[in-house]
Design a protein around this ligand. Structure first.
Ligand SMILES: NC(=O)c1ccc[n+]([C@@H]2O[C@H](COP(=O)([O-])OP(=O)(O)OC[C@H]3O[C@@H](n4cnc5c(N)ncnc54)[C@H](O)[C@@H]3O)[C@@H](O)[C@H]2O)c1
Length: 296
């Protein structure tokens, strides 16, 4: 684990200049009312697949803007400086750490170091994950196991280390990032992704009930078809040069005339992580512009 130095602010707004709803939008960013002030938040997957507002990056920034002390964790050191840069003044409340969520020993060390430094953990966000294309007969066994490990076992392992700490405190909020692929066909077969993300959802329901008596809440956010650097990379691999056309086709089908990105996921996570959601546990919040409500 090591600290990563902030990068310069010069290249942080590149994607916000694009059209299609990705321009700076006061409705989704930069409000600060101290909604999680004083809380210690660990965000796994706080970097991003490329420049721009990925989910984990936006979540780390948003929690810090609202007053939390954020431990922004990723396995990719190169992706963390942009997270700090996008936080602006709030970067003083972000500490970056390196850790692989598929390695239980690294998670244990990170949790112990966090406790030693801050004495508590109030918020846990599990954002690490990603899709592998492949249907029931053509996804390899190895790829299936990798999907379960990356998307589902990682959640089990971080929670296994952090839930007992929250239970001892008598308070805590876990927010796991799943996907609308957990509940719908989303355009192509990715059975390992769909099944592992559905597992994250049901895990949250069961553990939500199990830990309610300790004052610990656990909820799941299901982002839909966002436009994030991860999506650009996945579509480019799958579709080659047709990415823009495909994105446009997706946009047209989403009921709300907005192009969602990581900041929309972050605002949902912020709400569920905050005390505003004190009576909400074991459930899901869908962030998809109304897409999963369609049936035509
Ligand atoms: N982007 C979308 O449109 C979309 C839609 C639905 C769901 N999701 C879900 O959102 C989450 C991620 O979104 P994002 O935009 O932040 O993705 P991202 O890929 O841009 O960022 C995820 C970060 O996780 C890190 N990471 C990957 N494996 C790791 C590991 N083993 N240990 C530690 N860090 C690791 C990566 O380095 C990266 O910085 C995933 O769970 C994904 O399934 C995304």
């Amino acid at each position: 684990m090591s600290q990563v130095a902030p990068m310069s602010e010069t290249d942080t707004t590149a994607d916000t200049k694009r059209s299609s709803g990705r321009e700076p939008d006061p409705a989704v960013e930069r409000r600060s009312a101290g909604r999680v002030a004083g809380k210690v938040a660990v965000v796994f997957g706080a970097g991003c697949a490329g420049p721009g507002w990925g989910n984990g990056r936006a979540i780390a920034v948003r929690l810090a803007q609202e007053g939390a002390q954020v431990i922004a964790v990723d396995r990719d050191a190169a992706s963390l400086p942009e997270t700090l840069a996008r936080a602006g003044d709030s970067a003083v409340r972000i500490e970056t750490q390196l850790c692989d969520v598929e390695d239980a020993a690294q998670i244990a060390a990170l949790v112990q170091a966090t406790l030693a430094r801050y004495g508590r953990i109030d918020i846990l966000v599990n954002n690490v994950g990603g899709p592998a294309a492949g249907g029931a007969a053509d996804l390899s066994e190895e790829a299936w196991q990798r999907q379960l490990s990356l998307n589902l076992t990682s959640v089990f392992t971080t929670c296994r280390h952090i839930l007992p700490i929250m239970a001892r405190q008598g308070s805590g909020a876990v927010v796991n990032v799943s996907s609308t692929s957990a509940i719908r066909w989303t355009g192509a077969p990715a059975v390992g992704y769909a099944a592992s993300k559905a597992g994250v959802m049901q895990y949250g329901r069961v553990v939500g009930v199990e830990y309610a008596k300790h004052g610990v809440r656990i909820n799941t956010v299901l982002p839909g078809q966002l436009h994030t650097p991860l999506v650009d990379a996945f579509l480019a691999k799958q579709q080659g040069s047709n990415v823009e056309a495909l994105l446009e086709k997706r946009r047209k089908r989403i009921p709300l005339p907005v192009s969602g990105d990581g900041r929309d996921t972050a605002n949902a996570v912020l709400f569920l992580a905050s005390d505003e959601a004190r009576f909400i546990t074991g459930t899901e919040l869908i962030v998809d512009g109304g897409m999963s409500a369609r049936c035509d």
